[in-house]
Design a protein around this ligand. Structure first.
Ligand code: UD1
Ligand code: CA
Length: 454
């Protein structure tokens, strides 16, 4: 097996995006475009992956991490110029080199594998991944000779009217014989409409040197994202791909047109996702869950048989059999144990709730540790903030918090203890005792009659 290298072009500013964010960092289904590209490459067995960075280099490196190599392109003089920056690393190495664009997030590892196999089987010096499109505007066109073989690629801006009518386009993904690629790059000039060094010119140069050029036509829809219109299109296509994947794995999606599941989400079999639900990257959901409608989950670990309705949850863990919502807000750092019930209009923040406990309605629990089988009555509030610092509330197993209680932290309610409804608890409550912290009721008899007489 020859060595396999990959070069990802990611140095451009992406002017057409009209954005403060560098183009290749724009997310598609929650993941930056260039990360999609590198993830596809990582599923292949490449020897080296080199990313060409320029605009936003530090941010791109931060995103992609240290497991790959980077080369700096100080000035963005074109895609050929970008690949030339890698010469010092790869130039004289025998092998096969994939070249990809950081703005083509839909290229899958299967497509890349097919491209490499086609390339290696044909013995070509270069193989272009091409696609036939209804409306090819903006893309480089594949120009074939009378023999049907690829002769060159012409960019939209340099194309004649006749060439623009060609519907076979360059996806910006290629496979090259590594040494031949770098030799051809030395001959690329910038005499074209954009005054850039086009990587696409390498095709014509290799062909002129008597080398064989191949095109691998893919059926997979790919999008080169240059502006926000293309970004939305890539998002829609990726979303459909992700949803189809989950459905094929045994997840029911009631309405795929109204369900948003980002990349890198795991969902177990027989879970059902109702409309209006957004499941963001990093979330893992078990089997037999009911999620939605109108629910947003971000980076949550959800067990089996969990039900979450009309709620927003982030950076939290929900164990088997728990139910959340409707209309609950579970904020970062929370952990709901097995069979916990968090009901309507309940906000939970940085709080652990033990197995079997119930927080059924209209409650705020922040920075609290609630034990097992605790009943937290309607309207309970942990008073966790003194204006400067946050304090912890501890409620031990089997205790009962009456409705409308304030638990002024730091405070502990002991095991099996009771807090009377309407109490404002400022002192610890010992195990098994009842705390009443409110005015005793006084009844003024015949008050109504007296007031009428006056
Ligand atoms: C390029 C192709 C075109 C193809 C299309 C597919 C060329 C000349 N044209 O056009 O044939 O149909 O992709 O999407 O290659 N980049 C650098 N340094 C540079 C210039 C670009 O790193 O100096 C990077 C960009 O960040 C981007 C990628 O290369 O990720 C492609 O550049 P872009 O300007 O988007 O090329 P297109 O005009 O889309
Ligand atoms: Ca592009």
């Amino acid at each position: 097996m020859p060595d396999k290298f990959a070069i990802v072009l990611a140095a451009g500013q992406g002017t057409r995006m009209k954005s403060k964010l560098y183009k290749v960092l724009h997310p598609v289904c929650g993941k930056p475009m260039v990360q999609h590209v590198v993830d596809s490459l990582n599923r292949l067995d490449t020897n080296r992956i080199v990313v060409v960075v320029g605009h936003g280099a530090e941010k791109v490196k931060e995103q992609l991490g240290d497991n790959i190599e980077y080369v700096m392109q100080e000035e963005q003089l074109g895609t050929a110029h970008a690949v030339m920056q890698v010469a010092s690393l790869l130039k004289d190495k025998p092998g096969t080199t994939l070249v990809l664009s950081g703005d083509e997030p839909l290229i899958s590892s299967q497509t890349l594998e097919a491209l490499v196999s086609h390339h290696e089987a044909s013995g070509a010096a270069g193989t272009i991944l091409t696609r036939v499109m209804e409306s090819p505007t903006g893309y480089g066109r594949i120009i074939r000779g009378a023999d049907g073989l690829v002769e060159r690629i012409v960019e939209q801006k340099d194309a004649t009217e006749q060439e623009r009518a060609v519907r076979e386009i360059n996806t910006g993904t290629y496979c090259f014989d590594n040494e031949k690629l770098f030799k051809a790059l030395d001959k690329v000039s910038n005499a074209n409409a954009q005054g850039e060094y086009y990587l696409t010119d390498v095709i014509q140069i290799l062909k002129g040197a008597g080398e064989k050029i191949e095109a691998s036509i893919t059926e997979e829809i790919t999008v080169g994202v240059n502006d926000r219109v293309a970004l939305a299109r890539a998002e829609a296509l990726m979303r459909e791909r992700i949803l189809n994947h989950h459905m094929r794995q045994g997840v029911t999606v009631i309405d795929p047109h109204n369900t948003y599941i980002q990349a890198d989400v795991t969902i177990g079999r027989d879970s059902v996702i109702y409309p209006g639900t957004i499941i963001e990257a990093g979330t893992v959901i078990g089997e037999d869950c009911i999620i939605g409608p109108q629910t947003q989950l971000k980076n949550c670990q959800v067990g089996d048989g969990v039900e979450i309705k009309q709620s927003v949850l982030a950076d939290s863990r929900i164990d088997n059999g728990a139910t959340v919502g409707p209309f609950a807000y579970v904020r970062p750092g929370s952990h709901l144990g097995e069979n916990v019930k968090v009901g309507d209009f309940v906000e939970i923040k940085n709080t652990t709730i033990g197995k079997g406990s119930k927080v059924s309605h209209l409650t705020y629990l922040g920075d609290a540790e609630i034990g097992q089988d605790v009943n937290v009555g309607c309207g309970t509030v942990t008073v966790n903030y003194d204006g400067v610092r946050k304090h912890k509330t501890v409620v031990k197993d089997h205790s009962f918090i009456g409705c409308n209680a304030n638990l002024v932290a730091p405070v502990t309610v002991g095991e099996g203890a009771y807090v009377a409804a309407g109490s404002t608890i400022t002192k610890d409550v010992p195990d098994g005792s009842l705390a009443v912290a409110r005015e005793r009721q006084t009844n003024k008899e015949d008050y109504a009659k007296k007031i009428i007489k006056k």
